[in-house]
Each structure stands twice: as C-alpha cells, then as structure tokens.
Design a protein around this ligand. Structure first.
Ligand SMILES: [Mg+2]
Length: 414
C-alpha cells in the first residue's frame, strides 16, 4: 500500500531541499589571536578595543566564555569573573586580512553568496549539492579548507537548511566547531528546544512583545497562523517569519523605500567650503552604509546645499548601480564642483533609484575589490561602533554628524 504521508513528505522535501549553508567563525577575534600566538591557546583570552578597564570585551575565547566572559562584558567585570584572563588589544587590520583568507578558503569549495559580517557568511547550494549527504560533505570540506588555507586552529560552526534564516539558526545550535543540518522533515520539531530569543530578529523588545501576546515557547510561535505573526510584528516581517520557520526560501520583497538620504545643519565652524564638503562626504558614507545594510544598490546621487544668505541649490547625477562608498564619493566630487559660491548653512545628500540586491545586475564597471572593502569596513564598524573606519576626507568632522545605525540583525553586538 502507498504511504501517502511519506509520499507527501518526500514531495515537500523535494520542494525545500538544503539550499543554504551559513558559516559563523567561533570566537573570531580571540581565535585569531590564539592562532597567531600559540602561548594563548587553551587559555582564557578576551580581545578589547583599547587597554583600559573602562571598556568592554569585543570577543572572548571559549576558555574565557567558560568563566562567563562574553562579548560586551566590561573589562573590570571580566577580571573579576576570571582573574587570569589575558587581555589583548584588537588588531583590526589583521582580522580583515584573515577575513579575506577565510572567504577565499570557503570559495575554494563553494561560492560565497553573502558576507554578513567579518565572521559570518552564507553560500547557496545548487542542484545536486542540495542533497543532505552532498551538502554535509561540502560543509566538512569547508571546515578543512579554512584550517588548511586560513589558519590551522580556526574553527567555525556551520548550519545547513532550506533557507538562510534557518541555516543561521542551525549554525548557532552547536558551538564551537558545529555542523547542524535542519532538513525540511525536521521542521518544526527541531526548533522546539530553542528559546524565542535564539532566533535572529527576536531581540529584547520583540521578545517582550511576544510575551505580551502570550507566546513563550518556540512550539507556540511555530503554531501561530500567518495573520497572527503579521499582527505581532505589525507587518511584512511577521509574514516572512512564518515562511522562514517553515523552510520557505522567500526572496526579500522590494520595499517602498525609494531613497536613502541624510541632511545636516552645519555648526558655525564648519560653514566653509572645506567643512561643508567634508560633512557631505560623511553623509554619503552614512547613506551608503545604510544602503548596504538594507541590501540595496543605488543608481543616483543628489546633493543639496542651503546657504546662509541665498536660497538652496541642488543637483543630481546618475551612477553605475552601486553599493560602495568610493563610487558615491566620486559622484559627489563631480556634483560638488558644480555648486554656486556662497557661505554654506546646511548639506544634504540622497541616494535614489534604489534596487534590491537580488535584482541588481552585476555590472562590468563594478569593482569587486571595492565591494569587499566596503563589506570589511561595515563589518568593523558594526563590531566596534559606527565610526571606527572611514575615508580620510571626513576625519576632521567625524563627530559633526554622528552615525546612528542600529545593527540589530548582526548578533554579538553591544
Ligand atoms: Mg562568530
């Protein structure tokens, strides 16, 4: 007799094979220090931005984590928890170099589709790779490639799943050196052992909101009908969550957002040619970071100026569809040369003609090195606060238009 249930299950599995691999380096910065300095291996180590008690740890080795030290722990507290902890000052450049070596190692096995941060990336499985056995073998090869090509002691946790969301969840389920597979047939039961805030996107406020609706367990969350999730999240994100929890690999829908822009009224000491230009550069960099965070590309840039006496002036230009700050700064420079004389009072820059990443066509004019540089810069800014890495021109006005960007979707932040 035909087993209809089994047949349906097989059909469903065919629709939702393992499409994504998510890779998360374990205790990334601390592991690199341990890789480079064998005397630190097996020891509790914390990486700090500067050598002072008044800062917090930005990474902790697994040995330090055993004492309760984690990302965000104040140094003074870390010393209390673990008196023998070794504090190491962060070496950003080195971590970026290792990042590139790791991406290369992964790419020797499978192309990297998205780099989420300095220690997280995702790859897509195609065709025959989507079968559990094949996908698992590739994941093991990636782990080996990282050890052989990037660093002998570097470990990562890998998650395999029908969509990127669940692949990330899977990568979090076993640390360090994990390899967890979420097959369509495992859903939703495999998620029941997790806490609600183990899911990416469920932070403190969302967690509270779920409690308010009486949702306390993953089982309850998974059982909720789509309209309820939509209501709790007040919108489309809830709907996406419903699909993600079921293994659907849905494409991020295009948002209504057509532009990203910032403006800034200049403080008196920056009401000069140089001051205004530097602020404009800073605003472009802010907008570019937001654009990348939203996973969009821009096809145009507008520059507007207001003057102390005269009215405003505005000009725009189209650009090669891009995401990188350098291309935008070049467009800005071109626009800047056209502005009329006058004492500037306010500056605004706007990116327009936005296109979501999945609709972006790779351009012959696009420089992949620039894209990688931007990703690395964003990763560092995401880890260390938003103003650590920037282009030279804005150095003197770094604090004039403070960047306030919430990187809530990137974990391990403080
Ligand atoms: Mg990590």
């Amino acid at each position: 007799m035909l087993d209809f249930h089994k047949m349906n299950q097989q059909l469903e599995d065919k629709d939702k094979p393992l499409r994504w691999l998510f890779l998360d380096l374990n205790s990334y910065f601390a592991s690199i220090e341990q890789e480079l300095r064998p005397e630190l291996r097996g020891k509790p180590v914390a990486v700090v931005p500067v050598m002072t008690d008044a800062t917090c740890c930005i990474a902790a080795s697994y040995e330090a984590k055993a004492f309760g030290v984690k990302t965000g722990t104040m140094v003074s507290e870390a010393r209390k928890l673990c008196p023998e902890i070794r504090l190491i000052e962060a070496r950003h450049k080195l971590y970026v170099e290792y990042h590139h070596a790791i991406v290369q190692a992964v790419e020797s096995c499978l192309p990297v589709a998205v780099v989420m941060s300095i220690d997280e990336m995702a790859c897509r499985f195609m065709g025959g790779e989507q079968a559990v056995e094949k996908a698992t073998a590739i994941a093991k090869n990636i782990k080996r490639a990282i050890r052989e090509k990037a660093g002998r002691t570097l470990c990562c946790s890998i998650g395999l799943a029908p969509n990127r969301f669940l692949a990330k969840v899977a990568s979090d389920m076993q640390k360090p050196d994990g390899l967890v597979v979420i097959r369509p047939a495992d859903l939703p039961q495999i998620l029941y052992s997790l806490k609600l805030n183990d899911l990416p996107g469920i932070g403190g406020r969302m967690h509270q909101r779920l409690q308010l609706y009486g949702i306390r367990t993953m089982e309850q969350l998974c059982a909720l009908p789509k309209p309820h999730l939509k209501k709790i999240w007040s919108g489309i994100v809830g709907e996406r969550f419903w699909h993600w929890l079921r293994g659907d690999d849905i494409v991020e829908p295009a948002t209504q957002r057509g532009t990203v822009g910032h403006s800034h009224v200049l403080p008196p000491d920056l009401r000069t040619e140089e001051g205004a230009y530097a602020v404009a550069q800073k605003l472009v960099q802010k907008a570019a970071m937001r654009l990348r965070k939203m996973s969009y590309y821009a096809g145009g840039l507008q520059l507007s100026l207001r003057f102390v006496r005269d009215r405003g002036w505005s000009a725009q230009t189209s650009m090669v569809e891009c995401q990188d700050t350098l291309t935008m700064l070049e467009a800005l420079q071109m626009l800047w040369q056209q502005h009329p004389a006058g004492k500037p009072l306010a500056v605004s820059t706007t990116l327009f003609d936005l296109v979501p990443s999945h609709l972006h066509n790779l351009s012959l004019f696009e420089d992949p090195k620039r894209t990688k540089l931007m990703q690395a810069m964003d990763a560092i800014n995401a880890k260390f606060g938003t103003d650590k890495v920037y282009f030279g021109g804005i150095h003197e006005v770094k604090h004039a238009a403070p960047t306030r960007i919430a990187f809530t979707s990137i974990p391990d932040l403080f």
